[in-house]
Design a protein. Structure first.
Length: 288
């Protein structure tokens, strides 16, 4: 088992960014945006995992930018646990909604990745835990400004299928698709097709076509930085990612200013793109 000391040394070598940020008044911070995808594409990027630790003199943020994983043997699992033990948070956040906690840590990670791990640790230690995500209603409203109802539903299904392939599941891809489509039932703005597996397959063939089997839709279709030669799914991913980054910055900043010791785990690119805005939002008394 990797010791905490070994983990800390490793992350320092990976570029662990401490709270030594230049003080900026909170009113000024409001004008500092997250990194754009244009800037992201031309900037030399640090390796992932990428971790930052920030403070405003009242609360603190430990932000772990992970490489997405579903393997309980992945060394990031032990690293996250070591940092959790060392940091002793009062509030935790995970990416990706509110996954349930399974009977064991390993089963939770196998099903729900690093998001599940955060939920497991929070439940074990009695720490409050929340999702970093904006509401689905807010996401739908944003996307309907630009994309069709059919495109939006196909996107969410296919993105879920891409994640489904990486995790350990007892259900079939077809059953998973039916479950995702059923989840739109309570959203009045998304009541049109596709509403069933058969309708989804027809929508897929019309909107995307290749590869012919939707079960093998490439992960690259959901890369928000790959819009130049990508599909409409890439453009939806970009619009959503920008929206989510702004939401996460506001959420994390608000809790830290209340005095919480926040421990958050999210995909590494989000931390990289949010770092500038977060650093601008926090003041570090020891550096004043």
């Amino acid at each position: 088992m990797r010791s905490l000391r070994t983990t800390l040394v490793l992350f320092l070598s990976l570029g662990l960014a401490s709270c030594g940020c230049r003080s900026i008044h909170h009113d000024q911070a409001k004008a500092v945006p997250v990194m754009s995808f244009e800037e992201y594409g031309r900037t030399p990027l640090p390796p992932v995992p990428y971790v930052i630790s920030l403070s405003d003199g009242k609360g603190q943020l430990f932000y772990f930018g992970a490489r997405h994983m579903f393997d309980p043997a992945d060394w990031q699992v032990q690293a996250i646990e070591d940092f959790w033990h060392h940091y002793r948070p009062t509030l935790a956040f995970n990416e990706g909604g509110e996954p349930p906690v399974m009977p064991s840590r390993d089963e939770t990670v196998s099903r729900f990745g690093e998001a599940g791990l955060v939920r497991h640790l929070a439940k074990r230690d009695g720490v409050a835990v929340r999702s970093l995500e904006p509401s689905r209603e807010a996401e739908y409203a944003l996307l309907l400004e630009v994309f069709s109802e059919e495109q939006i539903k196909v996107f969410y299904v296919l993105r879920g299928v891409a994640q489904f392939r990486k995790s350990r599941n007892d259900e079939t891809p077809e059953a998973f698709v039916a479950k995702v489509l059923a989840g739109f039932g309570g959203e009045p703005r998304l009541q049109g097709p596709p509403r069933s597996l058969a309708e989804f397959e027809r929508s897929y063939a019309r909107l995307l076509a290749e590869p012919a089997d939707w079960r093998t839709a490439p992960d690259g279709w959901f890369d928000p930085a790959a819009t130049e030669k990508g599909q409409f799914t890439n453009w939806i991913s970009r619009r959503l990612s920008e929206f989510r980054d702004r939401h996460m910055v506001g959420l994390l900043t608000g809790e830290v200013r209340k005095g919480a010791r926040v421990f958050a785990v999210v995909g590494g690119s989000h931390v990289i793109m949010q770092e500038r805005a977060l650093r601008a939002a926090f003041r570090t008394p020891s550096n004043e």
